[in-house]
Design a protein around this ligand. Structure first.
Ligand code: PLP
Length: 396
């Protein structure tokens, strides 16, 4: 048995500790809400969950989940095409497609799976995938998995000129060009320039795929995401997303688009063919979340009001944040260790935020990321800003 590997790992971990960037878990002992209970820290304000609509502990979702658990049991014990397809998958997939104004949809166990499934399934030799440089890691990995002979290009973040340059490079060969972008960028909180992207896609006969993980349930008047935000529902070829954020937070992901795309994913995409189907209980919870959102579009407006209030109060407190229309508010700290120190101090004061540094964001771009949830009260927001201001002053 060689000890070389273990010695190397020890060196790697030690250097993370020395840099002050070693991650430690916090253990929750309650459900996630506007406030949650954390071991050692007790009751804290949650500013770092993806529970944008506060549905994670909603009674309607919990009841549907329990019902499904009793009816279907713990899980599928199979992949979809063998014996892992349940009626609740069909109901959920029909609902996703209807909600997003697409022809069809297919669920995966996560959006990570969905992204790494659909990109390699669609593209053949001679095709190209063109990806925003700040796209989510799962898109980057999806691009890495394409077969030989598929070109992979990266355009500058949200930069339409850069995108057009890449499109010019690849569309002369007659292959398919797939443009991929996050809808809402998870570390910046900004929204992809979809109208310009779709216009370029038309001009160069390309296909557009948007990952709306941080957008579904958050932006657009009724929470239908980036396409609705720009009044462009039905104009995006492929939408991927997660049920693990605004839509209940339990887990699961999806691909939505034309029937041909979905059918090809069923036939060809590897996470679909070789990995268990979405547990029926999670499908039921996701379906309940979508039904709830359809019945209560005012939740999206309420979230938007709280985001607006949060941003206004930050300005009043003299704290600069990156601008944006999503529920993500990044505050740049630049130094990773400092960002992590600030987050640790805030947690001691009862406010749970996370400092993000390299490799989650580029080197020297560390930040505190605030995620606003409709589960927060206005008092929670006021308290959070008071703590943030105090800790920023003390860590100057
Ligand atoms: C969170 C996120 C994912 C991963 O979603 P999971 O369902 O948790 O795998 C994928 N893409 C983007 C843009 C995300 O923000």
């Amino acid at each position: 048995m060689s000890s070389r590997l273990y010695e190397r790992i020890k060196t790697q971990l030690d250097s993370l500790r020395k840099e002050g960037t070693y991650k430690e878990y916090q253990y929750l002992v309650s459900s996630v809400g506007g406030r949650s209970t954390i071991e050692k820290y007790g009751d804290v304000v949650m500013l770092c969950s993806n529970n944008y609509l506060g549905l994670a502990d909603h009674s309607q979702l919990i009841e549907k989940g329990i019902e499904a658990l009793k009816k279907y049991g713990a899980g599928a014990a199979s992949v979809r095409f063998i014996c892992g397809t349940y009626d609740i998958h069909r109901s959920l997939e029909n609902k996703v497609a209807e909600f997003l104004h697409t022809e069809a949809a297919l669920t995966y166990t996560s959006c990570w799976s969905a992204n790494t499934a659909v990109i390699p399934a669609l593209l053949n030799e001679g095709d190209a995938v063109i990806s925003d440089e700040l796209n989510h890691a799962s898109i980057i990995d999806g691009c890495r998995l394409v077969s030989k002979g598929v070109q992979r290009l990266v355009y500058r973040h949200a930069d339409l000129n850069s995108l057009e340059e890449k499109l010019k490079e690849v569309t002369s060969g007659g292959g398919v060009a797939l443009i991929v972008t996050d809808g809402v960028f998870s570390m910046e909180g900004d929204i992809a320039p979809l109208p310009g992207i779709v216009e370029l896609a038309r001009k160069y006969d390309a296909v557009v795929m948007v990952d709306d993980s941080h957008a579904t349930g958050v932006i657009g008047d009724t929470g239908r995401g980036t396409a609705e935000y720009y009044n462009m529902l039905g104009q995006v070829d492929i939408i991927t997303g997660t049920f693990g954020k605004a839509l209940g937070g339990a887990g699961g992901g999806f691909v939505a688009g034309r029937k041909e795309v979905i059918n090809l994913c069923i036939q060809r995409s590897r996470p679909h063919l070789f990995s268990n189907s979405l547990p029926p209980v999670l499908a039921a919870i996701a379906l309940a979340a979508l039904e709830y959102l359809e019945e209560h579009p005012e939740k999206v407006r309420s979230l938007r009001q709280k985001v607006k209030y949060f941003r206004e109060q930050l300005k009043k407190a003299g704290i600069a944040a990156l601008e944006g229309d999503s529920a993500i508010i990044p505050i740049m700290i630049y130094d990773t260790a400092k960002a992590m120190r600030i987050a640790a101090r805030m947690l001691e004061e009862g406010v749970y935020v996370v400092g993000f540094g390299y490799p989650v964001v580029p080197e020297g771009q560390a930040r505190i990321r605030i995620q606003v949830s409709d589960a927060l009260t206005y008092d929670d927001i006021d308290y959070s800003i008071e703590v943030l201001k105090r800790v920023l002053n003390e860590q100057k």
